[in-house]
Design a protein around this ligand. Structure first.
Ligand code: H79
Length: 438
């Protein structure tokens, strides 16, 4: 099972997961027939519209019958992801609404039977692999379409609770769920990540409880996944903490390296460019490229990854607004990859308003705000051979000790300090990074 490295208090990353903690940055894609509804504006969660707006099956069927992604070009998506510096991608094969993007044999509720007329996942997998990206499948445990998914408080139609709640047999749904997972992990080559969503056993709506490992029969599902793909990386949303390869904070940055049972674990923050996951035309919560780079740096400085989401349009294009942002992230990543890929938390202390990442004997200082000509680094006197800006490789002068006239660092430490001499003018990159050769 899991091994702990006593010197770092870290769970040892198994061989099969090394790529994941190296690659750090992935693309999350939420795409489905909800992409045509394209709301919620402020507050987000456009992909939850069927539930939040209590949309009937009849109305929702319209979005199924008109789903026609004539501009779908997964090769272009893959190229955008790669140019943004992403190394892997995860797509919603099925979201909570139950609509399947692949040619499943287990339901008619699939892209094949819409005007799209084909398996959209197969092309996606091929396109992303061709760009050298790893591929992952998001699969919703929740299913608002399947007739045997037991109703609970997330169910779209409130009146259904009374009328339709009784005749549901979860064992029939679980056969379906396992059958679909078998298809996904058998028919598309070696899938790298399995991203289930989600368990909510603590929810209690009075008339119905939430669902967790006992409802999903998670142990059985786990066994199936491991049997089909022993090396796949499994997220932590089956409500089986010990079986998870990584932990998945959603729309939140942890305060530090995430610990489970007191040990640092592999984790991936999922963040989304707007506050929705699915395409949300009127969303007002766009994150700037500057903020998104900070989120990525922050994750890596705490030993984690970032899976950044965009919701393509109903016609199959990555939202042009997202494309611009991905392009800007790519421009930063092009120069700053060495501070992200293969890098992790550092045990040195970060100066105020900075994040540190480290990769072997290279230490990276990410400057979230620009200091006035000097940066004081505690605990680094006599330990540094060379210092430069990462974006252009230009050297930065440094010397041991604090500056004559400044006497102390902001925290009052006067010994064991390395002082860097910075230009007054902040380099014109999203976040400037200084590389120190230890
Ligand atoms: O797929 C994306 C989301 O749709 C899904 N996970 C990511 C990756 C997700 N978002 N939120 N949640 C899962 C947790 C549930 C949030 C809720 Fe609610 C808050 C459920 C009930 C209150 C949102 C607001 C839905 C109904 C009201």
């Amino acid at each position: 099972m899991t091994t702990i490295d006593a010197s770092t208090n870290q769970t040892v990353v198994p061989e099969r997961a090394r790529w994941f903690t190296h690659d750090r940055f992935g693309l999350f894609i939420h795409w489905g027939i909800y992409s045509a509804i394209a709301r919620y504006g402020r507050g987000g969660l456009a992909e939850w519209s069927k539930s939040m707006d209590q949309i009937s099956e009849e109305e929702y069927q319209t979005y199924f019958e008109t789903f026609d992604p004539d501009l779908y070009n997964p090769v272009a998506w893959a190229k955008s992801a790669k140019a943004a510096g992403m190394k892997y991608a995860v797509i919603t094969t099925k979201h909570h609404d139950g609509f399947c993007l692949w040619d499943t044999q287990l339901t008619d509720y699939k892209a094949t039977n819409t005007p799209a007329g084909r398996d959209l996942i197969r092309e996606w997998v091929e396109a992303f692999r061709a760009e050298g990206l790893r591929v992952g499948f998001y699969y919703s445990l929740i299913d608002w379409h399947h007739p045997h998914f037991p109703l609970d408080g997330f169910h779209p139609r409130r009146e259904d609770r009374v009328v339709r709640a009784e005749a549901r047999d979860i064992s029939i749904y679980l056969e379906y769920l396992r059958g679909q997972v078998r298809e996904l992990l058998t028919n598309y080559g070696p899938i790298d990540v399995m991203w289930f969503d989600f368990s909510y056993p603590e929810s209690d709506w009075g008339w119905a409880k939430g669902k967790g490992r006992d409802d999903w029969q998670s142990e059985q599902l786990l066994e199936l996944v491991r049997q089909l793909r022993p090396d796949i990386l499994l997220n932590n949303r089956l409500d089986l903490p010990a079986a998870a390869d990584f932990v998945t904070p959603e729309q939140v940055q942890p305060r530090g390296w995430i610990e489970v049972d007191g040990h640092r674990v592999t984790w991936e923050a999922c963040q989304t460019i707007t506050s929705s996951w699915g395409y949300d035309r009127d969303n007002l919560d766009w994150k700037s490229p500057d903020l998104l780079v900070r989120l990525l740096i922050d994750a890596v400085s705490k030993g984690g990854n970032m899976l950044l989401n965009t919701g393509p349009t109903a016609r199959g294009e990555i939202d042009p607004r997202s494309q611009v942002i991905l392009g800007e992230l790519g421009a930063w990543m092009k120069c700053h990859g060495p501070a992200i890929y293969g890098a992790s938390a550092s045990s040195f202390a970060a100066p105020l308003d900075c994040r540190l990442t480290q990769r072997g004997d290279r230490l990276y200082v990410h400057l979230f705000s620009w200091p006035m000509t000097h940066l004081f680094l505690e605990g680094l006197a006599g330990k540094v051979r060379f210092v430069r800006f990462l974006h252009d490789g230009s050297r930065i002068r440094f010397h041991d000790g604090t500056l004559a006239g400044s006497h102390t660092t902001p925290s009052g430490v006067t010994t064991d300090v390395l002082t860097l001499e910075l230009p007054s003018q902040r380099p014109d990159v999203l976040i400037p990074v200084i590389e120190l050769y230890l």
